[in-house]
Design a protein around this ligand. Structure first.
Ligand code: FES
Ligand SMILES: [Fe+2]
Length: 381
C-alpha cells in the first residue's frame, strides 16, 4: 500500500451531519462536514490519549473528541482543550494530520500523503462525467483480498473467457486466444491496452439485446492509473459505449473497498440504472470469488514465482509502475506496522508535516527504495 495517492473514502451521499470512520491503508480516518458543509478528512486518533474521534460530535467547524472534549478543525488544529479552562494557550503540537479532500464523480476522495499540491498525482479523470449523452451509475462493494490482486484482475484480458459468461464462452471457444494488445499510456500515472476479443451477444438481456444481437468481436480497452484505479472501456457496438472506472481503497493489506463508476452513452433511461448496476455486480461477484482465493494472497515479491504469459503484459507494466513508486519511498512498511499493532498509533503524514515540526503521533513507517529492493532480493534468494 502506498501513501501519496488519492483514495475514495465514501460516496458523497453517505456523509451526513454525523462523523464517519473510514479505514484506509491500515489506518483509521474520520470524515465530517463542518457547518458550511465543507468536507474534512483527518486522522481518527486523538492526540490527547488516543480517543476515536469518529465517536464524537461535530461542533461548528470542529469535531469534538468523545473522551475529554478536545476540538479539532478540518486542518487538524486543536481549538479547545476543556481541561485547561477558557482562553488557554493551546500548544501547536496537539495538532493531528489532515488530508486534502475532493468531492467529484459522486465520491469523496482524500489525498493520503504529504506531497505539496503541485506534486500530487491526479485522480483518474472520468471525462464523460460532465458530457452530454452520458449517464452514470455508482456502486460499491468490499473484497476480502489485497487491492493489488484486484487491480491486476481488472487489467487481465485472459480471464474474461473463463470467469465471465457475460463476456466469454466459459472456456468452450475452441478458437480462443488473446489477440494483440495495443499498449497505450493515457497519463503519466499508468498504462493500459486496447484489444479485440470474441464475446457473446447480449440477447440474454432483454433491455440491451438490440445493441449486440450477435456474438463476435468486441473492442475493449483497460489500464491502471496509480496503484488503485482502473479504467475499462467496452465498446458494445460502434455507438454503444460503456466506460467504467474502478477506484479502490485498500482498507488494509487484506481487504479492499471498491467503487465502480460506470458511464454509459446508451440505455439512458433512468429506469435502466438498476439493470446496469445488477449486471455490473454479477460480473464483480465472479471476480471477487477468484481474487479472494488467490495464493499467495499478496502479489509475489518477484515475478519468477508466477509463470507469466504475453497476456499478462499489462500486469507486468503495473508491477513496474509499483516499483517506481517504491523508489519514491511511498510504500508502507506493513510488517513494522503489524509488529507494533496495539502498541503504536500511527498516522499517515499529511502535507503539513513538511512545514511544521513536532507531532504527537508517529508517521506511518515507509519502505525506502533500498528496503523494497532488499525484500525482493530475499524473495529470489
Ligand atoms: S482522548 Fe481525546 S480528548 Fe482526551
Ligand atoms: Fe473480471
Amino acid at each position: 500500500m502506498y501513501i501519496n495517492f488519492w483514495y475514495p473514502m465514501a460516496r458523497t451521499e453517505e456523509l451526513t451531519d454525523k462523523p464517519m470512520k473510514v479505514g484506509a491503508l491500515g489506518q483509521d480516518f474520520v470524515l465530517f462536514r463542518d457547518e458550511n458543509g465543507d468536507t474534512a478528512c483527518i486522522s481518527n486518533t486523538c492526540t490527547h490519549r488516543g480517543g476515536s474521534l469518529s465517536g464524537g460530535k461535530i461542533k461548528g467547524n470542529c469535531i469534538e473528541c468523545p473522551y475529554h472534549g478536545w476540538q479539532f478543525d478540518a486542518d487538524g488544529n486543536v481549538h479547545r482543550v476543556p481541561s485547561l479552562g477558557k482562553n488557554a494557550r493551546i500548544p501547536g503540537r496537539t495538532r493531528i494530520d489532515a488530508y486534502p479532500v475532493e468531492e467529484k464523480f459522486g465520491l469523496i476522495l482524500a489525498f493520503l500523503g504529504d506531497l505539496p499540491e503541485d506534486q500530487r498525482p491526479p485522480v483518474i479523470d472520468v471525462a464523460e462525467w460532465d458530457q452530454d449523452g452520458w449517464r452514470p451509475t455508482i456502486q460499491d462493494y468490499t473484497l476480502k483480498a489485497n487491492y493489488e490482486r484486484s487491480v491486476e484482475n481488472g487489467i487481465d484480458p485472459a480471464h474474461n473467457e473463463f470467469v465471465h459468461d457475460t463476456h466469454g464462452f466459459e472456456g468452450e471457444d475452441e478458437e480462443y486466444k488473446v489477440d494483440e494488445m495495443r499498449i497505450v499510456e493515457p497519463s503519466g500515472w499508468g498504462k493500459g491496452f486496447w484489444h479485440d476479443f470474441n464475446a457473446p451477444s447480449l440477447t440474454d438481456d432483454n433491455q440491451m439485446k438490440d445493441t449486440r444481437p450477435d456474438s463476435g468481436k468486441l473492442e475493449v480497452g483497460t489500464g491502471f492509473h496509480g496503484p488503485n484505479q482502473v479504467w475499462t472501456y467496452i465498446h458494445l457496438s460502434d455507438e454503444a459505449w460503456i466506460h467504467q472506472y474502478l477506484m479502490e481503497r485498500p482498507i488494509d493489506d487484506s481487504s479492499t473497498h471498491i467503487y465502480l463508476v460506470c458511464m454509459r452513452n446508451s440505455f439512458l433511461k433512468p429506469a435502466m440504472d438498476q439493470n446496469v448496476i445488477d449486471r455490473n455486480q454479477y460480473v464483480a461477484d465472479q471476480d471477487v470469488k477468484i481474487i479472494e482465493n488467490l495464493n499467495p494472497a499478496l502479489t509475489p515479491l518477484t515475478n519468477t514465482r508466477e509463470f507469466m504469459t504475453p497476456s499478462d503484459k499489462c500486469i507486468l507494466m503495473y508491477r513496474e509502475a509499483l516499483k517506481e513508486w517504491d523508489a519514491n519511498g511511498w510504500r508502507i512498511d506493513t510488517d513494522t506496522v503489524a509488529r507494533n499493532r496495539r502498541k503504536v498509533a500511527y498516522a499517515v503524514p499529511g502535507p503539513a508535516r513538511r512545514q511544521q515540526k513536532g507531532w504527537v503521533l508517529d508517521s506511518i513507517p515507509l519502505l525506502g527504495a533500498e528496503d523494497a529492493a532488499k525484500l525482493k532480493l530475499k524473495a529470489t534468494g
